[in-house]
Design a protein around this ligand. Structure first.
Ligand code: HEM
Length: 173
């Protein structure tokens, strides 16, 4: 994870929601100082728990690297790879980017979802449960390869697993 990639599809504008009042009452100042002191006194674990899954995964570059590795596995898989047969390099890049934005967003990151719903985009493909399991196994392998800790690993799988009803149409196992 070195260079931050271009982020062509993100529409996050990071609007400035802060505004500085011209005067500050002594009570407000005391409250600010107390809050600051309290924040410093918080145990690190409490602060870590406040971090989004996106942050704990390592942010956009980590998500991007995970999706690239995961997609590469899908494209060459002897079973599910057939689903992606005939896609141009550009379509593959679009597929990766859509998945990066999706994972970024659902884990709490500052991305916009640029894909249509899972139900719409997979509906009618007749995707089997066994295929879904292969795809999930590739994700598991990728997360293991990147040494993603158990907690974050499970949280991401739970989110992806929640899409199953929208994707699987044939219960073959
Ligand atoms: C495990 C959860 C999955 C996620 C998060 C996921 C995510 C996505 C996303 C974001 C897209 C792009 C949708 C768009 O164009 O708007 C997509 C397309 C697609 N997915 Fe999935 N998918 C999953 C499972 C599967 C499975 C199990 C299969 C079949 C083995 C599959 C096959 C496809 C295919 C064939 C496309 C269309 C590719 C194209 O022609 O552009 N997906 N998926």
């Amino acid at each position: 994870m070195t260079q931050r990639r271009d982020f062509p599809y993100s529409s996050y504008k990071g609007g400035n929601i802060m505004h500085t009042p011209k005067t500050r009452s002594p009570l407000a100042l005391l409250a600010s100082i107390t809050l600051f002191a309290f924040t410093l006194a918080l145990p690190q674990t409490a602060l870590a728990a406040d971090k989004s899954l996106y942050q704990r995964l390592g942010g956009y570059d980590a998500v991007s690297a995970v999706v690239d590795d995961f997609a590469a596995k899908l494209f060459v898989d002897p079973v599910v790879g057939k689903r992606f047969f005939g896609m141009s390099d550009d379509s593959r890049e679009g597929f990766r980017q859509k998945n990066k934005n999706l994972v970024c967003k659902v884990t709490g990151g500052p991305c916009k979802v640029i894909s249509r719903s899972a139900k719409v985009t997979h509906g009618g493909l007749g995707i089997k449960a066994s295929e879904f399991n292969i795809v999930v196994q590739h994700l598991v392998d990728t997360l293991n390869k990147f040494n993603v800790p158990d907690k974050e690993h499970k949280e991401l799988l739970a989110i992806i697993g929640s899409l199953r009803p929208d994707i699987v149409e044939v219960e073959d196992e």
